[in-house]
Design a protein around this ligand. Structure first.
Ligand code: ADP
Ligand code: MG
Length: 226
């Protein structure tokens, strides 16, 4: 079968001068559509490194990475950027919003980059701000929003291009329980109703247990424990 994203035998070693730090030591993971997967593991175990590689933001030292069966490590930087723009959505622990732009503009920007017309981008951005419950805040800048609201803008920004796969690195790590639950519900809806895939790093055992699968990263490798 062809997976949405399949990584085989990934290694990643960081080199600083003569010091080599092996972080990933032969890790394989395969993701399907319509599945919500949690990644757990101690701090420093390589969770962010793995997400960067899966999202083509970093390259492995060795190994294979296939998106819908296509080898994506061979792509040029431009083609990788296109893949990210059209197929992948990124959410981080901290929102990384542009502080001088409104919520609406923050959500619109990647849509314009992906090639939507300004009117299409505006309509889509408004649709997703509504989904995250922020229609009334669309003209606010991030500085005028609470932490939870900012993260919901970041979620709208990541979801609005309708990517096949969301890569979320501790997306609820800076949120209180109520906002964390709201963000998680959005992921559940995306996976259950739209058959998209979400891969989410989390330290929250409660949220991890609500995911379909749990991949535990340990000693540079890992395995599904659910
Ligand atoms: P996690 O997200 O699980 O906390 P990371 O993937 O951020 O872990 O980091 C795993 C290890 O890789 C850590 O020891 C970290 O110091 C190291 N590391 C991560 N990025 C780099 C880098 N760009 N250069 C050197 N070492 C790095
Ligand atoms: Mg991390």
């Amino acid at each position: 079968m062809t997976y949405l994203l399949e990584a085989k035998d990934l290694t990643r070693t960081f080199y600083e001068g003569s010091i080599a730090t092996p972080v990933l030591k032969g890790l394989s993971i395969a993701l399907k559509e319509g599945v919500l997967t949690a990644i757990t593991g101690k701090s420093g175990s390589g969770k962010s490194t793995l997400l960067h590689i899966l999202g083509t933001l970093d390259s492995p030292t060795s190994g294979q990475l296939l998106f819908k069966g296509e080898d994506i490590l061979k792509l040029t930087d431009n083609k990788k950027a296109q893949l990210r723009s059209h197929h992948l959505g990124f959410i981080y622990q901290f929102h990384h919003l542009l502080m001088d732009f409104s919520a609406l503009e923050n959500v619109q920007l990647p849509l314009l980059i992906a090639g939507l017309s300004p009117s299409q981008a505006k309509a889509r951005a408004q649709e997703y701000l509504e989904k995250v419950g922020l229609s009334d805040k669309q003209n606010c800048r991030p500085g005028e929003l609470s932490g939870g609201q900012r993260q919901r803008v970041a979620v709208a920004r990541a979801l609005s291009p309708q990517p096949d796969l969301i890569l979320a690195d501790e997306p609820t790590g800076s949120l209180d329980e109520e906002n964390a639950a709201a963000v998680f519900s959005l992921f559940e809806g995306l996976v259950r109703k739209e058959r998209r895939a979400v891969l989410m790093v989390t330290h929250d055992q409660g949220l991890a247990s609500r995911c379909d699968r749990i991949f535990a990263l340990e000693n540079g490798s890992g395995a599904y424990i659910k």
